[in-house]
Design a protein around this ligand. Sequence first.
Ligand code: SAM
Length: 209
Amino acid sequence: VKNNYDKIAKSYDFLSKLVFGNSQKQAQINQLKYIKDFDRILIVGGGTGWIFDEISALNIKHLDITYVEISKEMILLSKKRNIIGAKVIFINDAVENCNFDQSFDIILTPFLFDNFLQDKVKVVFKLLNSNLKLNGKWFFVDFNLSSNLNSYWQKILLQLMYLFFAKIASVEADKLLDVKTYFKSDFLIIEERFYYGNFIVANVYEKIV
Ligand SMILES: C[S@@+](CC[C@H](N)C(=O)[O-])C[C@H]1O[C@@H](n2cnc3c(N)ncnc32)[C@H](O)[C@@H]1O
């Protein structure tokens, strides 16, 4: 099975912290301020579900969250979280296999697209875009290769990560693809932030078409 994080699920958050400190989390936490009461939210590839602790802390009410994770172990860990102010539906499947019966106000894809080959990027982008409401927001967080002086160590670190995740989680991708272009025609960038020396990019997109 490709992109299988089961083996690494229990140590994922520890490894993220070891390599990136709090940057991977901070990039995601900063975007949560755009969530409002009664929002319908789709989280894809949420990992251990640590983000539920952060969403609960916001004190927002009546959220309706759909949580899609391909990894069984990640789903098990996520279900153990104490979730306040939200109703959550867990779906243990690849997002490309999902049919959603209602569209969402907010979609989160944190460090999801870096796992995919071009064909899957296309399919998943299209599927998620068609399930996001007009004026809905897409919280996109992923690695970013900038062309500045830092990009040398970034390229090496990225290659090391792809090697590691290919071995441990059978991640299918072996390089970072340009996902930003997909957002060009239908979206506005509401907020763009960089973390860890530009290596991580966090965009809040608003759907305008
Ligand atoms: C790099 S991890 C990021 C985890 C989490 N977002 C975080 O930042 O801590 C990617 C996650 O996406 C999940 N994933 C990969 N491919 C997926 C797919 N096609 N559908 C749903 N989840 C997927 C993996 O199981 C893994 O938990």
